[in-house]
Design a protein around this ligand. Structure first.
Ligand SMILES: [Zn+2]
Length: 146
């Protein structure tokens, strides 16, 4: 497949936004920021995930690349098991300029969003989570939070 690579930053932005998974992730970022602004109660704990992602990303990327994306098919009880992400990644290595193979497939973005929501529900007291009650509501209950 012949792929045309963007030549300018504007072309790259247009190409990036043409794909579904970046649009989904940007919408999630916008919704998270809007929720934070609506709910209020910003603390420095809200910045921690960004800092952690920046610090951990190179190591996480390498670990995922080696152990998940380059996982070899395994033969168990006469059947071969091969993950979808490893198969997709092998296609990426065959054609590194095929842009959809560079981006996270949108089906995996939905799994990621689901995981984050489940994590938020499983750990409701986690300080980095947006509080479930706006600060205005707390003031209506004379400071009682339960
Ligand atoms: Zn690779």
């Amino acid at each position: 497949m012949m792929t045309v690579c963007p030549r300018t930053l504007a072309d790259a932005r247009r190409e990036f936004l043409r794909h579904r998974s970046p649009r989904i992730l940007l919408a999630c970022l916008f919704l998270a920021l809007a929720a934070r602004l609506l709910v209020g109660g910003f603390t420095w704990w809200n910045v921690v995930p960004f800092v952690v992602v920046v610090l951990v990303q190179p190591f996480l990327e390498w670990t995922i690349h080696v152990f998940v994306l380059h996982a070899r098919p395994r033969r168990i009880a006469g059947r071969t098991f091969d993950t979808v992400v490893a198969r997709d990644h092998r296609l990426h290595h065959q054609d590194p300029r095929d842009i959809p193979l560079i981006l996270i497939p949108s089906r995996w973005v939905w799994y990621l969003i689901g995981s984050v929501l489940i994590f938020g529900l499983a750990f409701p007291g986690w300080p980095m989570r947006t509080t479930s009650r706006p600060s205005r509501w707390r003031s209506c209950t004379n400071g009682r939070t339960s």
